[in-house]
Design a protein around this ligand. Structure first.
Ligand code: ATP
Ligand code: MG
Length: 423
């Protein structure tokens, strides 16, 4: 028996029965992003490993255990399949000097790779759409990013299934002061910390609070709050952000424990969460990363962005039956007999040139079975060509969905007739 091959675990094929749903979702996204003035950027799927370690942070889930890293056997470089989109985008921005006299608003869409345990809403190859708005320091862009995502939920019809959680992480000094207090607090509770917690106590104490362990919730709830350590500027920024979102009529809850799993965030952070997908409830997550451009070798520039898990949004759309029906072709061309193939192919080309989508039946089959296929295709019209029609220079037009009498018209009148029937 010959070997059969299977896709890599946690990496999924998207087959036609589902790919049209992706196309619909991507179409809504492209329109939305254009409406807000974002421009597309396309960066490689593979980057040098140090880029991710440096930007995402050494002590994070992603860098500690989730990256697909390999050695380029040609030169010994360590390379990594991108686990997220911000690092590569900012690498490109710095490399090509896109911030020179400009405040670019960029978006990307594509596959990301993380070595996780596959389950519903969590895969090893998954897709994110994300934006990065660079060079703008004020809370107005933070609010516009929220407004845009809220607008997306409205356009998709899922506003009622998602909620917005926000927090402010302050700046580096404020986080350092809070960190010290937090370490002291965690040391007092070291006896109840789990493995992860003990390991992170000194390396990433904020993440200890991000625990999902129920036994640690009380401890986490009573820990020193970052909000109490925010200085004047950070507080004003946070207040400005909240006031604008509220004035736009967008509901949110403040979650003082929202810290995000990547190191580069500061000030505004947010997550859009749903309760409809079980444990994998975060559909979109992001925030401000004012130090990252400089950290990656560019001239200091503020930035804010988000990454959205496209599979999770699609799961929600499927679950709520909010996806349109699969689009079918306009015309199915039934043809049989001497010379019918070429006669029909020329006709099909004329129709396509006029804007119709057409499937011409290819291969031997009876009229009856071809008509069945025409019906199953979802096409609005069947055009029928047999030897009689060729001899008379005609085509039969049959409406498949509407109650219209079948007609036989001259071949050069097909376009006009179809147009009148559609009207
Ligand atoms: P989680 O807490 O679910 O692991 P995260 O904090 O690791 O998420 P981010 O790095 O912020 O996620 O990525 C942004 C979004 O990408 C997530 O909110 C989620 O919607 C999606 N996402 C992240 N990891 C996966 C995955 N393995 N499979 C599918 N979607 C994912
Ligand atoms: Mg994760």
């Amino acid at each position: 028996m010959t070997q059969k091959y299977q896709a890599v675990k946690g990496m999924n094929d998207v087959l036609p029965a589902e790919s049209y749903q992706w196309e619909y979702f991507e179409g809504v996204l492209r329109k939305l992003l254009a409406d807000y003035g974002y421009q597309n950027i396309r960066t490689p799927i593979v980057e040098g490993t140090p880029l991710f370690v440096r930007s995402i942070g050494e002590v994070t889930d992603i860098v500690e255990k989730e990256m697909y890293t390999f050695i380029d056997s040609l030169n010994g470089d360590s390379l990594t399949l991108r686990p997220e989109g911000t690092a590569g985008t900012l690498r490109a921005v710095v490399e090509h000097n896109l911030l020179y006299n400009a405040t670019p608003k960029l978006w990307y869409m594509g596959p990301m790779y993380r070595h996780e345990r596959p389950q519903k809403g969590r895969y090893r190859q998954f897709h994110q759409v994300g934006v990065e708005a660079l060079g703008l320091a004020g809370p107005d862009i933070d609010a516009e990013v929220i407004a845009m995502t809220a607008d997306l939920w409205r356009r998709l019809g899922i506003s009622q299934f998602v909620r917005l959680e926000i927090n402010s992480l302050g700046n580096a000094e404020e986080r350092a002061a809070h960190r010290e207090a937090l370490i002291q607090y965690l040391e007092q509770h070291a006896d109840i910390l789990d493995e992860d917690g003990k390991r992170r106590l000194y390396t990433n104490p904020l993440r200890v609070l991000d625990t999902k362990n129920p036994a640690l919730q009380d401890m986490a709830d009573n820990a020193p709050r970052l909000s109490d350590y925010l200085g004047e500027e950070s507080r004003v920024h946070y207040a400005g952000w909240k006031a604008t979102i509220a004035a736009l009529g967008i509901e949110f809850v403040e979650n003082p424990r929202l810290v995000r799993g990547l190191d580069y965030y500061n000030r505004s952070v947010f997550e859009w969460v749903t309760s409809e997908l079980g444990a994998q409830g975060t559909v979109c997550a992001g925030g401000r990363y004012d130090g990252l451009v400089e950290q990656l070798g560019g001239k200091a520039a503020p930035g804010i962005g988000f990454g959205m898990g496209m599979e999770r949004v699609l799961l929600l759309l499927q679950d709520k039956n909010l996806l349109p029906a699969q689009r079918s072709v306009d015309v199915y061309l039934v043809n049989q007999g001497e010379g019918a193939g070429l006669y029909s192919m020329k006709l099909a080309q004329q129709l396509r040139a006029a804007g119709y989508s057409v499937v011409q039946h290819l291969g031997e089959a009876s009229f009856k079975s071809q008509m069945k296929k025409a019906d199953g295709s979802g096409a609005e019209f069947a055009l029928i060509v047999g030897e009689n029609e060729i001899q008379a220079g005609q085509v039969v037009i049959k409406a498949l969905r509407a109650d219209i009498v079948q007609q036989t018209v001259a071949a050069d009148a097909v376009l006009a007739t179809l147009a009148s029937l559609k009207a």
